[in-house]
Design a binder for this molecule. Sequence first.
Ligand SMILES: C[S@@+](CC[C@H](N)C(=O)[O-])C[C@H]1O[C@@H](n2cnc3c(N)ncnc32)[C@H](O)[C@@H]1O
Length: 276
Amino acid sequence: MSGFSGDWLAAREPADLRARNADVRAAFCAHLREIAGRRGNRPLRVLDLGAGTGATMRALSPHLGMPHLGVSVRWRLAEHDPALIALARDLAGRDGHEAEVVDADLSRGLSRDLIAGVDAVTTSAFLDLVSAGWIDGLAETLKRAGLPFLAMLTYDGRQSLDPEHPFDETVRAAMAAHQGGDKGFGAALGPAAHAHASARFRGEGYRVVEGMSDWQARPEERAFQTMLVEGWAQAARETGAGASEVENWLALRLTQIAQARLVARVGHRDLAALPG
Ligand SMILES: C[S@@+](CC[C@H](N)C(=O)[O-])C[C@H]1O[C@@H](n2cnc3c(N)ncnc32)[C@H](O)[C@@H]1O
């Protein structure tokens, strides 16, 4: 189990969709159209890492513009959580995507089989889970294969709630500490992942296009904001913050959510790494 439930991924998907950076996405999609244009009408194959239920595929598909080129897109979704794999298969079938959902543990990097025949690699809300060494290995593998990469929604350590509360900073620091734990890939880079990936892909000779993709929850997104603040409170408990302060803070935030008076913001970054 990964610890990411289908309910959580579904609750965040609308906020993710609004947050994804349009300029980064456009640069990546234009690059893919160039590849497709050069190769005639062979299908384009895209590998998505840590795919969850397939949100990257759903978010990117309308922007790829392949139907105009007469090119179909075949997705390979790499995921290790059995429940999410089952959901991804159901949703891909429902939406009519051409998707193969592969049961893959990515903790040791990308296997040859996984990238065989692939034209591009994507991921969302995944890079902050991995270590520096994992990103270095990814950049080397993709460089060798000449593949473009799109990483969206990498947490960058910024988070805030409106209205503010003095305990928010304790909660934010707890989340930052929690982000650095081992998620199966060695010590996670957490908020440092985007900058590390950006520098590493540039070092490999890639052109990197990057930008912000912050979440701004809507007051009426009660389920999403509830899961968010409950997760933050749990991180605060785990890092030893005062129990009664955590519970008081959480109770206040849940009341504000129920009254549609809370707006949560979380900082993310997107990057497209395009081979020269
Ligand atoms: C925050 S979720 C993002 C899911 C999806 N990309 C999205 O945007 O909704 C991180 C995903 O990485 C997956 N994951 C974590 N460790 C993994 C591993 N070792 N191998 C494959 N997938 C993994 C989780 O199961 C989860 O689906």
